[in-house]
Design a protein around this ligand. Sequence first.
Ligand SMILES: [Zn+2]
Length: 253
Amino acid sequence: MPNAVWRPVINRTPGGRTEQRGLVLHVQADDTSPFGWFNQSGSQASSDFWVSRTGVIEQYVETGSDRAWAQGAGNSAYASVETEGTPDQPLTEQQVEGVARIYAWGAELWGWPLRVVDSTTERGLTFHGAGGRAWGGHPDCPGEIRKAQRGRIIARAAELLNTPTPPVTPPPVPSFPAWPGRYISLRSPYLRGDDVRQWQQRMRDRGWSLDVDGVFGPASARVARAFQSEKGLDADAIIGPATWSAAWTAPRT
Ligand SMILES: [Zn+2]
């Protein structure tokens, strides 16, 4: 697979892949590359892929022709991916990305369907524990947390397959602080806060004479009313969403 580190191992059955039903998710229950373990006959174990916490993808067998030894009776029909870490830890973002890249690759080459299955016969992204004893009896592989992340893996794989090349650069959008969510007006006691300060600073930057003290007193109300009149807004000296955004977006006159 492109962008995977190719590290062929001795534990494999050449020509042993007879079907392409999809991918089986595993948890390594350990850290660091399993290459050494997979490359000694005593372990009798291997997988097609391994994805590190940081997103490095290692490939150990010729997926599509050779059979890896990860899931007993499921080895001939499904590819396998080990994921670094333990069942109590969620896959990292980079691991989700790595497994998604493997899945997108398989979907393109062999038509692995973009869906999650809890099955030993259906095509899709399944998990080791689904196979019970016939698949080696690992009910907790990869565990509930990582099992639940398969939906995100598939969604990301779909994105990868649909990403236009080159990616479209979104147009720049003008940005200004969101309205704070409360109406700022002259009240007793005076309203105070960072939102008042932010608005005062903005009005000052626009050339209005105003103290930036974070207190909405009579001087602030006068500026608000004058600004609203100038911009054709309701001159009520209440800073709601329209008056707030106008402070950032209205042309200077
Ligand atoms: Zn497993």
